[in-house]
Design a protein around this ligand. Structure first.
Ligand code: MF3
Ligand code: CO
Ligand code: CO
Length: 224
């Protein structure tokens, strides 16, 4: 992700990012988990502006003002790690920057709520407090997930407030915290390619993701 910070700029394509991530991953002796995962055609997800997640890299050229999520999942020695960050292209509006920053704050607040012997619903409660204050909405159709020997496992990590009974976090659990936060409605839809999730109102969406480990005393971020 740090190398992408240096690589990503106005004028390159999302396919350039795909090639970059693929090569770095393979050179490290690892495998890019998205490639051929349930038919996903590329090695990384690139989700631009109104794309919520699962964007497929293609010939789209990055332009000034864009906000882009790059979601990297790597399999090394049989174990998966899953993380994503936002990248700002050129001159980004204050509004878009605020969404990106608040979404990062949401992820960090969610991670801070991770604690042994408490319900996973504490994560969504913490995130929802921030979006209430900021006037943003939270994607409900997609969640964080257990990760480790498989890509997506229990527990399901919802990023919004819920009264529903949820699983209890216990030491040794590894899962993602990956809130997708929208400027407008939380509603989203999937494009005809079967993957790309976009906001229903065409407004911006942002996402940050870490993989975390529940410990006896709290939480450790393992994708840092
Ligand atoms: N990395 C995504 C997540 O956070 C999943 C991508 S699945 C793919 O769960 F097939 F689109 F790559
Ligand atoms: Co994930
Ligand atoms: Co991910």
């Amino acid at each position: 992700m740090d190398e992408l910070d240096k690589f990503i700029e106005e004028g390159i394509t999302t396919e350039d990012i795909n090639k970059f991530v693929h090569k770095m991953t393979v050179d490290a002796g690892a495998y890019p988990a998205p490639l051929d995962y349930e038919g996903f055609p590329k090695s990384v997800c690139t989700s631009l502006n109104n794309v919520v997640c699962h964007g497929i890299p293609d010939g789209t050229v990055l332009k000034s003002g864009d906000i882009l999520n790059v979601d990297v999942t790597t399999i090394l020695n049989g174990y998966y790690s899953d993380m994503s960050r936002m990248y700002l292209i050129g001159d980004v509006s204050d509004e878009a920057k605020r969404l990106v920053e608040v979404t990062k704050e949401c992820m960090l607040a969610g991670i801070k709520a991770v604690s042994p012997y408490t319900p996973v619903s504490e994560i969504g409660n913490a995130i929802n407090k921030i979006t209430d204050r900021e006037g943003y909405s939270i994607i409900r159709a997609l969640s964080g997930h257990g990760v480790g020997l498989e890509f997506h496992n229990e527990p399901i990590i919802e990023h919004f407030r819920t009264d529903r009974k949820s699983m209890i976090m216990v030491p040794g659990m590894v899962f993602t915290v990956e809130p997708m936060i929208n400027e407008g409605t939380f509603e989203c839809e999937v494009l005809d390619d079967g993957w790309t999730v976009v906001t229903k109102d065409g407004k911006l969406s942002a996402q940050w993701e870490h993989t975390v480990l529940v410990t006896e005393t709290g939480v450790e971020i393992i994708t840092e």
